[in-house]
Structure formats: C-alpha cells, structure tokens
Design a protein around this ligand. Structure first.
Ligand SMILES: Cc1cc2nc3c(=O)[nH]c(=O)nc-3n(C[C@H](O)[C@H](O)[C@H](O)COP(=O)(O)OP(=O)(O)OC[C@H]3O[C@@H](n4cnc5c(N)ncnc54)[C@H](O)[C@@H]3O)c2cc1C
Length: 440
C-alpha cells in the first residue's frame, strides 16, 4: 500500500495555517482500541464518510467511522467552502455523447439535489455555518469567455431557467470590479464555513448513534472466513459486514486493491486575508456577497466572507515539499495581487493547501466496488466535494442498505477506469496543466 505524492503532502505542512481551525474547536473522538463490531465501517471522516455515517445511523444501522488523523483533517476541513453544483470535469456536451441525454439529466439533477441536501442538513441539525451568497457567479476573464457565458445564458433561458447575466459595464455597480468582462450567476449554491458544517453533521451522526474514531488509520483490510470485513488499525480492529471507502484525495493505492491506479490526487491552495475595511472594499470595487470563480481552466475561486475576510484559492503545486509549498503560496499571492491590485498591501493572514481527487473519466464515482462484496466507495469530485461529497455519502448509505437511492443516481457515476502508468500516473499532470494554462 502506498500513496502517490511524497509524504509531505499527507503531513501537517500543507495544512498549517488553515483559517478554519481558528473558527471552531475540533471535537475529541476516541481512538479505536481493541475489537469492535459494526454493521457498517466507514474509512475517512470527511463529508463523504460523515454524511454516510449520519444517514446510516439515522436509518438504525450500527456504524463506526475511522479517521486516520483528527476531525476535519482532510479536504473537508480545509476547503474554500463553496457549496455549489459541480463535481465532474467532463463537459455537459461530452457527458451527453458518452452517457446519453437521460443519464446526463439525472446527473445534473443530482448536482442540484446535492446542494439542496447540504441546505437541508444545515437546517435540520441547526448548524450555523456562516452561510452567504445567493448562488454562484462565474466571472469572464476574457472577451471570448464572456461570449461563451452569453451563449450559456441563452441555453439556460431556452431550457426555462432564469440566467442572471451582467455585462462588463454593470459589474462595478454590482460590487464585482476586478478587471472582468462580465458575469453569469447560477442561482444554486452558497458559501459556508466547511469546518463548522462538518462538525455539525458529525455531532448529528453521533446523536443518531454513530461511533466516530480519530487517530485510527486503517492499515489493513482483510476478510474472515465468515465473509466479515476486518479493518486493522494500530490499536485495534473493526469487524463489519459492509465497508464504505471515503478517503478521496488522501486514498492509499491498495486500500482496497481496486482503488490502485483509479484516482489522481491534485493539490489546491487557499489564502485568507485579514478583515477588509469599507474603504478598502470600495477602493477595489469588490463588495458583493456572491461567491465567485473565473472562467479559466486553471480557475481562481474567491469570496468575501461574512466577517469581511477575503478568501482566494486556485490550483496547488504539482509537487509536495516545503519548497514547493512556499512557491505555490507565493504564486497564489501574485495572482491575487494581479486580480485585486487595490488590495496589494492587505495581509494574507492564512495560507494552506490540501488534496482533491480526479478520475480518468472525469466524473465522480459513487457505488459498490466491483468484485469486492460488501464494499462501497465515493470519491473524485474534481475539487467540488462540499455538496457532492455530502450527496455521495447519502447515496452510499442507501446503497449499503440495499435501497433504491432516495436522490438522483445516474449511471454517469457508476463506473471508474484506471489511469495508465500505475503509481507513476502523476506524470500526466505537468503536461495537462501546461496545456490548460496555455488555453487560458
Ligand atoms: C484547498 C481546497 C479547497 C477546496 N475548495 C472547495 C470548495 O470551495 N468547494 C467544494 O465543493 N470543494 C472544494 N474542495 C474539495 C472538497 O473539499 C473535497 O472534494 C471534499 O472535502 C472531499 O470529501 P471526502 O470526505 O470525500 O474526502 P476528505 O475530506 O479528503 O476526507 C478523507 C479522509 O480520509 C482519511 N483517510 C485516508 N486514508 C485513511 C485510512 N487509511 N484510514 C482512515 N482514514 C483515512 C483522511 O485523513 C481524510 O480526513 C477543496 C479542496 C481543497 C483541498
């Protein structure tokens, strides 16, 4: 078993400086120790695993979740907090060609249902996660990109939707001044504090009866002659009839075998500034409450949070080491200074990075693991896992119980191929980033 980035990527270095850690203290879960039994074992304590744990516990199953590190340690506790549609990197047109119109429509309905699910969870469990933004706004980074946004708006209107298109001259009045060529708002989604959301659903899962364990990495997966799965950790073993693998960008090749070569972790990097004054907001002309991203392939995502701190993120480094982490943080700052020049003197108080995950077919996977009886997985949301991870966990909870999923479940997310080059598969990343960068 091994992971395909260097050890630095999986240690404290990239996470050091995460703003969310200062906004809410982590709960203290016990370590797994001795022999424990459950109906369902879940590996990974992010949105996918926690949503599965919550929904299974609510359905009356005996669930135990094992997190290798501490609560919120993975991407779910350190992301940008955009709860939005997305999850695939495959374009809508390519998805239709490959999977057909019906499967694509169900997939699209699933993305919307995913956002709705998070909304419902916040509401039902009374989680205050500092939400803001009415949908998500895409900012055109070039005149050509604006033409594409206009076409997209026409398509949305033709399909009966209500696109909110802003031309360049309308941006300043809407508090979106940043050298953009126009904007299109999709009225689905909102921003949130991901750590508050994660800990809120963790609390709800525990209240419903789920057992949550920290510092309990699964180091071995085997099966007793009875067919029961045995998950080994440094201090104990969990015996369970069914297993959900929810490790996404922090997965190990070989845990289980099927996962080897099927995902590519990629880094994303974020900066948060100190709170901005009214004068500073007016000087730059960006004071909208909308969460936003630009039209580049290697995109930037940004939002002014309710406490007036500005969050700005983009793709992370291709390598993981103290040196490359320093370099990507510096590059992030340069991009920020170029896009928001009036804030050049504003301190970025927090910087951090983490791992997302991509699949070869550029769509998420949610379902039973082929050839592994009683094992399920949900992963590869292509950097959009706040809503999709929560939704994936909910689908997995239904599938584990042998139920027809209660949310749209498209064939699009039910298969996952292998990348070439095995453990060396990250060699495809530098040329891919170079091509995407050139296209921008
Ligand atoms: C910097 C950054 C910004 C992002 N911004 C956004 C955003 O704004 N909006 C959005 O939708 N998405 C965003 N994402 C992506 C999103 O955070 C992820 O897609 C999502 O959190 C994945 O959730 P998960 O539960 O599947 O995986 P994770 O949250 O990564 O959880 C996996 C967990 O599995 C644990 N684990 C791994 N191996 C083992 C093992 N052997 N035993 C036990 N535990 C194990 C890990 O410790 C980890 O905590 C961002 C990601 C990053 C890194």
């Amino acid at each position: 078993m091994r992971r395909i980035f260097s050890d630095y990527a999986y240690g404290p270095g990239p996470r050091d400086g995460c703003w969310w850690d200062e906004t809410i203290a982590a709960p203290d879960w016990p370590r797994l120790s001795g022999e424990v039994t459950a109906d369902v074992a879940i590996i990974g304590g992010g949105f996918t695993g926690m949503s599965a744990a919550l929904h299974l516990a609510e359905a009356g199953a005996k669930v135990a979740l094992l997190e290798a590190e501490t609560p919120g340690w993975g991407a779910s506790g350190r992301n940008g907090g955009f709860c939005c549609i997305g999850g695939a990197k495959l374009s809508g047109a390519a998805m239709r060609r490959k999977f057909g119109a019906e499967a694509t429509d169900v997939y699209d309905a699933g993305e919307v249902a995913a956002v709705d699910l998070v909304h419902q969870l916040l509401d039902r469990h009374q989680i205050d996660a500092d939400t803001h933004s009415d949908g998500e706004t895409q900012m055109a980074h070039s005149p050509r990109a604006m033409k594409a946004l206009r076409r997209q708006a026409d398509e949305i209107a033709a399909a009966g939707g209500s696109p909110q298109l802003l031309e360049q001259h309308e941006l300043a009045a809407n508090g979106m001044n940043g050298g953009f060529f126009g904007a299109l708002t999709t009225p689905v989604g909102f921003g949130l504090n991901p750590r508050k959301y994660l800990f809120g659903i963790a609390r709800a899962a525990q209240s419903a009866g789920a057992s949550l364990f920290q510092n309990s990495p699964v180091t071995g997966l085997s099966r007793a002659s009875s067919g029961v799965h045995i998950l080994t950790t440094p201090d104990g073993a969990l015996h369970a009839d069914q297993v959900i693998v929810a490790t996404n960008g922090y997965s190990w090749d070989g845990l289980p075998d099927w996962l080897s070569g099927r995902y590519i972790p990629a880094q994303s990097t974020v900066m948060v500034t100190r709170p901005l004054s009214d004068e500073e907001l007016q000087a730059q002309g960006w004071f909208t409450d909308q969460m936003a991203f630009d039209t580049r392939n290697l995109l930037h995502y940004f939002r002014l949070m309710p406490d007036r701190r500005f969050l700005f993120g983009m793709r992370g480094g291709l390598f993981a080491s103290p040196r490359s982490e320093t370099a990507i943080r510096r590059a992030l700052r340069q991009h920020f200074d170029t896009m928001f020049p009036e804030w050049r003197a504003v301190e970025g108080t927090h910087f951090w990075s983490g791992m997302v995950s991509m699949a070869r077919n550029l769509v998420p996977f949610v379902g039973p693991i082929p050839g592994e009886k009683g094992m399920f997985a949900g992963l590869c949301y292509h950097g959009n896992g706040v809503a999709m991870g929560s939704y994936s966990g909910r689908l997995l909870a239904d599938l584990v119980q042998g139920k027809q999923p209660g949310l749209p479940y498209s064939p699009v997310v039910q298969s996952m191929g292998k990348f070439p080059f095995g453990r060396a598969r990250r060699v495809v990343m530098p040329p891919a980033y170079a091509v995407l960068g050139m296209m921008d």
